[in-house]
Design a protein around this ligand. Structure first.
Ligand code: CTP
Length: 403
């Protein structure tokens, strides 16, 4: 994604949600400005919003068909809120009515925009628009505070003449101000880790037995990829040393593909030499066959034993050489979790270790969620069940405090 220089929106995916307010006419100008800044804009409207601005206007300006319903009644095509949420780098709801803000805080999912909001993994920004008394009402203020506490950015409304004829605060921020807020959002993220270089290991290694078979494990790579993506979105240079996964390369990340533990060792130690730190999220095989047959092993009536030898411990090696650099490890345990993780923290010289217990529902392999405890030399912090991307953000926050 090219977002160099002073065009932080270049190539960014912005999901523009429009709800039923008279201020919806400003969404047209907003969409135009976003496009001019190089962003891709996908408009999702509520049914009521269509009364205020036409889908044709928004589709023409965004150069994409706009979405309103869960599916197209003409051809049955399904509009997936999950894919929309995944596509977006930012969900922007402008204008956001008091009704939509209230539904957002209580998890109501009765239209495509709200379901997309509930499944979005990206940051969310809202630009409220309503009459002054509705804006000042304690329920609206309570809802805005709650959204703020959960990380939603609010572009404050302005004061002035309102559509009702009254004067006061409630008028949606001008499109130019909203665009500035979005630019600041992406630029700030960019700054926090810019100039830093991290190596992230991810996925499963593959240890060949013969040209056809191998030893491996269940790691999907999702946790490591989420970390790589999060660090890159904060401006870091990221070298992702990846074992086998089905995932595509996250935006802004440089990927080195490897297969065996030995290949991962070589690639990781090489990249670490010029990095500021490493996050070891890969599931590395601890053992590999002593020898690899150069032809396919044929079965016989007898049982077969395969002699295995230890692989190199990549994390432990980096731990010995790290000097002032950061090293973060993972531990996946099934019993005596914290004791095992603390032992690995010390043994491998990690700055902190991310523990997940396979006993926790929603944690571990393959899924999109994780439940982890961050353990360092002074204590531990147990996080609730969250998406892997959110866990990645918490890990990145902790990295920032250690730099
Ligand atoms: N690790 C590594 N290289 C290896 C093995 C593990 O870099 N050859 C890293 C993992 O990426 C993870 C941490 O070390 O960050 C896991 O520690 P480890 O003690 O190896 O965990 P397990 O392999 O699960 O150990 P055990 O089987 O003893 O529980």
């Amino acid at each position: 994604m090219a977002n160099a220089g002073n065009r932080p929106l270049e190539g960014r995916h912005i999901l523009l949600g429009i709800t039923g307010s008279i201020a919806a006419y400003k969404s047209a100008a907003l969409c135009r400005l976003l496009k001019r800044e190089g962003a891709e804009v996908q408009v999702v409207m509520t049914a009521l919003a269509k009364q205020f601005i036409t889908p044709l206007t928004m589709a023409t300006l965004s150069r994409r068909p706009i979405l309103v319903e869960f599916f197209d009644p003409e051809n049955g095509q399904w509009n997936s809120h999950v894919s929309l949420g995944e596509w977006a780098d930012l969900t922007l709801i402008a204008p956001a009515t008091a009704n939509t803000l209230a539904k957002m805080t209580s998890g109501v999912a009765d239209n495509l925009l709200l379901t997309t909001y509930l499944s979005a993994r990206c940051p969310v920004m809202v630009a409220p628009a309503m009459d002054l008394d509705m804006y000042a009402h304690y329920t609206t203020q309570r809802n805005l505070n709650e959204l703020r506490e959960h990380g939603v950015s609010i572009v404050e409304p302005g004061s002035g003449e309102l559509a009702s004829g009254l004067e006061g605060k409630g008028r949606m921020a001008e499109p130019e101000e909203i665009v500035e807020a979005i630019k600041a959002h992406f630029t700030e993220k960019k700054k926090s880790l810019s100039g830093k270089h991290f190596v992230v290991t991810a996925g499963a290694t593959i240890e060949p037995i013969d040209p056809v078979r191998f030893l491996s494990n269940h790691s999907s790579g999702k946790m490591g990829y989420a970390i790589a993506e999060e660090l890159a979105s904060r401006g870091a240079r990221v070298t992702l040393v990846s074992g086998r996964t089905a995932l595509s390369i996250p935006a802004g990340v440089e990927r080195v593909d490897v297969l065996s533990a030995e290949e991962m060792f070589q690639a990781t130690t090489r990249a670490f030499a010029e990095a500021d730190g490493a996050i070891m999220a890969a599931a590395v095989a601890d053992y590999t066959p002593v020898s690899v047959a150069d032809h396919k092993l044929k079965k016989s009536d007898n049982d077969l034993s395969i002699a295995l030898k230890r692989t190199k411990d990549i994390a432990a090696t980096l731990g010995q050489e790290k000097g002032g650099r950061l090293l973060i490890g993972f531990a996946m345990e099934t019993n005596d979790e914290e004791a095992h993780a603390s032992e690995k923290l010390t043994k491998k010289n990690f700055d902190f270790i991310v523990l997940n217990s396979l006993r926790d529902k929603g944690a571990g392999f393959r899924g999109d969620t994780n439940k982890v405890t961050l353990i360092d030399h002074t204590g531990k912090e147990s996080l609730p069940l969250m998406t892997k991307r959110e866990v990645a953000a918490r890990i990145a926050d902790k990295i920032e405090t250690l730099l």
